[in-house]
Design a protein around this ligand. Sequence first.
Ligand SMILES: [Zn+2]
Length: 261
Amino acid sequence: MNKLISITLTFTLMVIVISSGCETSKVYQDLSIDEANKILLHKNGNEEMFYWELDDEKNLWEFELGHITALKLYRDSIKFELGDNKYKSAIQKESVQNLEKSLIENEENGDRINALLVHSGAVGEIRRINYLESQILNYQIGRFPLFSRPTEFHGFIAENEKEGKIKVYFGSSDTEWPPKPTIIIQEIDKELKRGWKLKYHLHNHYCKKDRDYIGILAPSLADAQYYKMLKERFNIEKSLITNGFHTVEIDNQDFAKFESH
Ligand SMILES: [Zn+2]
């Protein structure tokens, strides 16, 4: 009889432990960054454009990351390939903003000037990747593993302050360059008339093996040109570039400081 009570107790405890485990993960599931909750705008083979509509919760912008299986796999692959020390120093190297500003004067290559503007601290702010950015990147690299089949996505984040909602517009394919987001731009145009505001553009950078994989946290010439257009057309607040570890935030008043096409 005692044995039966003890078995029943153990079972009850197990149920409690398991269900409280589910409670913790539910917080993240509620944010609906997944396949099921996307609202499709366009699909052609692997090319897709859609948006997620989410409640503008505080933890979207914080640094505790949720379920990011694909992103973790990407990080582990780089770590395995580079070894612990090189892995840490490669991530660190791309996150600093303390290089000499005078390096910019002697540089002629536009992409390198842009990188120096960020890494000397002249423009932008580098910080850890946040929850929302990690979810968006995780979605894309769950489709195509970033380590073995690198791709870039286009992300646009719009806000409706009155309704307390955000929309994350997303465009990508299986290619290194994202497809032109014409359909998304048309959609944003419509939403701006209904009280939405385009706040951020987000995309990802990666590097190949010769540069230790960690993506450059600065806009390319093409990126900078695109940002200028987004400012002119939508008065977008900031642009964001993430490499899966850190993200650089660039205010719209600084877009003009970058070299562009
Ligand atoms: Zn770029």
